[in-house]
Design a protein. Structure first.
Length: 317
């Protein structure tokens, strides 16, 4: 989040002095795919701004494309406005970008890593859209946070031991033990809901350790949507549950302009909380990254003050 300092000669959507937030989708404007009006996130030129490109946001002056800029929600502080859009737009595309598997009223969504930045925004968005989110966490301390941010129930994955690559289906004993754990996890989803309804959408990002179970518990005709592989990239699945129950396995990456604008509107309207847990000074950035590396970071999202003098500034409504 920040204030526009200068604009290029062809920029029409923002002007000097505008308060904006910036989403992370970057693509070449002359890319034939983009010029044809198709989803730019599928274009060959697409990059993640500040990760696959230079000129990120940890600086006094950041250079971004005009289409990346959205009006800063007036009700938010600078740090609140700056913390949510990467995870929020990614989560929104996962939940609303893959019709017909989109969140509708009453739909059950299973959210892995529900207390993290991505997971907490998935909980908030699901609730705002009328869905019912069940959050998966690693300890009981995270339950309260998830319930406050939209979960109707939680599951502690530490209560189960079947994680990791699925055993060979030809090894009846080992596979039977794994399936016992997967069935128990599926029952835990039902218990969290208070009814025997399996997820329409499984919101995935751990990958290797959890995907076999996600495939198992996803409802018939449902979708597993994934944006990362934080536990590993090698996946084992029992494909019988995939084709016979006609499930969808969908990859998803960041978001386009419309999806970034849609989740920003939900935040601006007060329907989605940015899930900011703690704000740090600029000289503490290294500490923030170390906390994330060691999985010791605060729940939800962290904010870093770059030019703002102190936390809590920037709110205008």
């Amino acid at each position: 989040s920040g204030i526009v300092w200068a604009v290029g000669q062809d920029v029409k959507n923002v002007k000097v002095g505008d308060e904006v937030i910036v989403h992370s989708g970057w693509w070449r404007p002359d890319d034939p795919w983009v010029k044809s009006g198709k989803d730019p996130m599928l274009a060959e030129s697409t990059r993640i701004w500040g990760y696959q490109t230079n000129y990120g946001s940890y600086c006094q002056f950041a250079r971004a494309q005009a289409h990346q800029c959205l009006p800063k929600p007036k009700r938010l502080t600078w740090e609140e406005a700056g913390c949510f859009l990467l995870c929020g737009s990614t989560a929104y595309r996962m939940l609303m970008g893959w019709a017909p598997h989109t969140v509708e009223k009453g739909d059950v969504v299973l959210v892995w890593g529900a207390a993290g930045g991505l997971g907490s925004l998935a909980l908030e968005i699901t609730r705002a859209l009328g869905g019912r989110a069940v959050g998966v966490v690693s300890d009981e301390a995270k339950k309260k946070f998830c319930m406050e941010h939209g979960a109707i129930g939680t599951i502690n994955r530490s209560d189960f031991t079947h994680w990791g690559p699925m055993p060979d289906t030809k090894d009846a004993k080992a596979y039977g033990e794994w399936a016992k754990g997967a069935r128990a996890f599926g029952k835990a989803v039902w218990d969290a809901l208070g009814e025997r309804t399996s997820p329409k959408i499984v919101f995935e990002h751990p990958g290797e350790a959890t995907l076999p179970t996600s495939e198992f518990v996803c409802g018939t005709g449902g979708m597993i949507v994934i944006c990362a592989g934080t536990t590993g990239y090698n996946v084992t699945l029992d494909l019988r549950y995939h084709w016979m129950r006609q499930k969808r396995f969908q990859g998803s990456h960041l978001s386009n302009d419309e999806q970034a604008a849609a989740v920003t509107k939900l935040v601006a309207d007060g329907k989605v909380d940015p899930c900011l847990s703690k704000t740090y000074d600029f000289d503490e950035i290294a500490e923030c990254h170390q906390l994330m590396l060691e999985n010791k970071h605060p729940y939800g999202n962290m904010g870093v003050l770059v030019n703002a003098r102190k936390a809590g500034e920037g709110r205008a409504a």
